[in-house]
Write a protein that binds this ligand. Structure first.
Ligand SMILES: Cc1ncc(COP(=O)(O)O)c(C=O)c1O
Length: 442
């Protein structure tokens, strides 16, 4: 474009490109400041609640009722299946819609201004997981992140990849594809449903390691049971043996306080639309600085061979940027509440649910009760009752959404319940009442 070109605007005035850009940015800046104003009310309310409730109130009450009001639930819907797709807070929805509006009404402004804002989101995301922005690639979801890792590592025919028996298809198939294409060997390590303790899991992997093992690829947040795998201990085991560790933490962002330095994984993937309140379409791929040179980018346009950081794994051309800004807003929302407080609330609700389920005859929990090995997902079964019947009953009687999960062949068939910050103890009590009814009418 010719920088000297003049741009005609109304009233027969002409503007230089710079003036024109400034003018347009003024319009979007107005929309953005209206948005900031809209969302500021949400954040002011959370800040004043935080000041009032320095310690958590227990069990339910003003604090968590107010947080629930910041979500956009349809009347009466009680969402207890966060694990598939979670709801968005209003502030995230506002950002999403308003930035799409700017794109729709003023694309010029959009493509000039928003790429800079994207780096802010990367920084927020890095801070949120205690990593460096250099280690954060913004992908579309966990599946994409897992594929980028499996596809991008140089492995030879015969090299072995260990994965657990409880992986999600999004974590299994990238390796299966590579196995078929390149002759690597994918091996499955059995994990108990539920495992007794950390050592049981670590020892199962230790016993499966051979001189050919190059990668351990494991779910951090096991979708099928609710187990939180001991990534820190598994990373230590992997590194003692010169092996890379890939963690599939699809549910981790927004459920657990994540700390990449502490967990020690080499690669870590997540889907923030589940527990963080972000829209679908944005994901996290963390690539530890020290291993970035071992990974080839899968998708390339300019930048793949220039960026000296994780940005080289996301050179994808134009993207749906409003999704990225909404992700930034979701990070702001949870940061205001506090990651410690969120994890504590989620685990307190889950502990209460499991304690009450354990009192009912015929129930088998598939998730460990140890809070180190579990989070907000609780999978279980009732002897003699079809999982689908449980899901239907809770929906029909209470308008509660849960889901069926698992498969008969490895004893994981059952249902899965999510307890998030918008869940109340009253909701858990409704679940328990429903389950007691079903268990006593077998
Ligand atoms: C453990 C695990 N990994 C991967 C995925 C795939 O996530 P996505 O569809 O966001 O890529 C899921 C989805 O539920 C999951 O639970």
């Amino acid at each position: 474009m010719n920088p000297e070109q003049n741009y005609p605007v109304k009233n027969n005035q002409t503007y230089s490109r710079r003036e024109f850009t400034k003018l347009l940015l003024g319009g979007s800046a107005l929309s953005l400041s209206a948005l900031t104003y809209l969302n500021a009310a949400v954040y002011q309310s959370i800040t004043s609640l935080n000041q009032k409730f320095i310690k958590d109130e227990a069990p339910d009450g003003i604090y968590w009722d107010a947080i629930r009001d910041h979500f956009l639930f349809q009347n009466g819907l009680i969402m207890m299946n966060n694990g598939t797709v979670g709801p968005m807070p209003k502030s995230v929805y506002n950002t999403l819609i308003n930035t799409f509006k700017i794109q729709a009404t003023n694309p010029f402004d959009f493509y000039n201004y928003f790429p800079k804002k994207k780096e802010e989101v990367r920084r927020k995301l890095a801070l949120f997981i205690n990593a460096s922005p250099e280690e954060v690639a913004i992908t579309r979801n966990t599946t994409e992140g897992m594929n980028f890792v499996a596809n991008g590592l140089d492995l030879k025919p015969g090299d072995e990849v260990l994965m657990s028996s409880l992986e999600h298809p999004g974590g299994i198939h990238p390796w299966k594809l590579k196995e078929k294409r390149t002759g690597i060997i994918v091996k499955e390590v059995q994990i108990g449903v539920p495992p007794k303790n950390v050592n049981e899991i670590v020892n199962a992997f230790k016993n499966a390691i051979t001189p050919k093992t190059k990668v351990i690829s494991i779910s951090h947040t096991v979708y099928i049971t609710g187990l939180i795998a001991p990534i820190k201990e598994l990373s230590e085991l992997a590194h003692e043996n010169g092996i890379l560790l890939v963690a599939d933490s699809a549910h981790g962002l927004g459920m657990l306080k994540l700390n990449m330095e502490e967990l020690g994984a080499d690669f870590f993937t997540s889907s923030p639309y589940k527990w963080l309140g972000a829209p679908t379409g944005r994901g996290l791929l963390y690539v530890k600085k020290e291993v970035q040179d071992t990974l080839w980018p899968t998708i390339a346009t300019s930048g793949w061979d220039k960026y000296e950081n994780a940005k080289r794994f996301e050179t994808l051309g134009q993207r749906a940027d409003p999704l990225t800004f909404a992700l930034g807003e979701a990070l702001d929302f949870q940061t205001r509440i506090g990651q410690d407080r969120i994890e504590r609330r989620i685990k307190t609700l889950a502990a209460y649910l499991r304690q009450e389920l354990n009192k009912i005859s015929g129930i088998r929990l598939h998730v460990p009760v140890d809070p180190y090995l579990s989070g907000g997902l609780t999978a279980f079964s009732i002897k003699g009752i079809e999982p689908k019947k449980i899901v239907n009953y809770l929906m029909e009687k209470y308008n509660i959404v849960i889901r069926t999960i698992g498969r008969a062949r490895d004893n994981t068939a059952g249902v899965r319940i999510s307890t998030h910050i918008f869940t109340s103890f009253t909701h858990v009590d409704m679940v328990i009442e429903g389950i007691k009814h079903l268990a006593s009418h077998r």
